[in-house]
Write a protein that binds this ligand. Structure first.
Ligand code: NDP
Length: 284
């Protein structure tokens, strides 16, 4: 049986260490702001969890909620106000936005130093160029799992299934970075013979949003399998990985729920502290 990589436990470790770091600095005010447009229930739950964990980490948080009927100008005005507020260090716009709103134009309003989701062009450019900056939260969470559970990465083969700018693409860059040193394949819906490609992987990440698409056949014995996907099915929330059979083949595996979801929140809070430092809000 695979080692279970416990996202709740690792998130809580990170939250405690952030709290200790903030207290050791004399508890400077560090504030995360979230923007939610529309009353989508799962998004509300995600956002509520982010605020709860921010509080546990010793951070303040602020929430702006707009109705699903909000215009592009109203959403942009809300983000612009947070961008200009010196008491706000991190801004997270909960995606996706309701149909008809242009997320790119909204993201463009987030100053790079407050971009705790790592989504702006500047943040992405820094990641590509290997410079320090704010990196998307879910990919950072995946790297934290590998570090914490001692999964070897140097010279190993990593396959990431899904190439979005939110998850798959930045994760493939992080895995290929000097110091992590994996040899990375970025697979997607046009990848031929996906089973064979996945079976090459020492580290296999499912980030396609296709319920249980990664079966035991896709997995090399002993591989680390990380499930990012979330699909809403009649049976509830389901990951990209067929957990039961895969856990009998893999060396390490993340559960769903309780895997990458909590770690995304932990990385968001880590990023918020980095953002506060970038804005000179922390003592040297
Ligand atoms: P997108 O829909 O933007 O991207 C999905 C990617 O998967 C695309 O690159 C697509 O390929 C690829 N894909 C789709 N179907 C297949 C298939 N059958 N075989 C191979 N590749 C396929 O999604 P996101 O990246 O935003 O999110 C991915 C999943 O992760 C979603 O389920 C989302 O809910 C979840 N998620 C989870 C988070 C967490 O905290 N755990 C955080 C963020 C997202 P192509 O480009 O060719 O279309």
């Amino acid at each position: 049986m695979a080692v279970i990589m416990d996202g709740n436990e690792l998130r809580d470790e990170i939250v405690v260490s952030l709290r200790e770091r903030i207290e050791a600095m004399g508890s400077p005010a560090v504030c995360l702001a979230t923007v939610l447009v529309g009353g989508d229930r799962p998004s509300q739950v995600y956002v509520r969890n982010k605020h709860k964990k921010a509080g546990e980490a010793g951070m303040a948080s602020r929430h702006v909620e707009l109705p699903a009927t909000a215009s592009q100008a109203e959403v942009e005005a809300a983000v612009a106000e947070l961008a200009a507020d010196p008491d706000v260090h991190g801004i997270l716009v909960q995606l996706p936005l309701p149909d008809g709103l242009d997320a790119e134009a909204v993201i463009d309003l987030i100053p790079p130093a407050k971009d705790v989701d790592g989504l702006t062009e500047r943040s992405m450019g820094r990641l590509v160029r290997g410079r320090d900056g704010l990196v998307p939260c879910t990919p950072v969470g995946v790297i934290r799992f590998l570090e914490r559970y001692g999964v070897p990465t140097s010279g190993r083969r990593a396959v990431v299934v899904g190439r979005s700018t939110l998850v798959g693409l930045p994760l493939s860059l992080l895995l290929a970075r000097k110091g992590v040193d994996a040899t990375v394949t970025l697979a997607h819906s046009r990848t031929a013979d996906l089973v064979a490609v996945c079976r090459e992987a020492d580290i296999l990440v499912g980030a396609a949003g296709q319920a249980r698409m990664i079966t035991a056949d896709h997995v090399k014995p002993g591989a680390a399998v990380i499930d990012v996907g979330i699909s809403r099915t009649e049976a509830g929330l389901v990951g990209d990985v067929d957990f039961g059979p895969v856990s009998e083949v893999a060396g390490w595996i993340t559960p769903m729920p309780g895997g990458t979801g909590p770690m995304t929140i932990a990385s968001l809070l880590e990023n918020t502290l980095v953002a506060a430092r970038l804005q000179g809000a922390l003592p040297e």
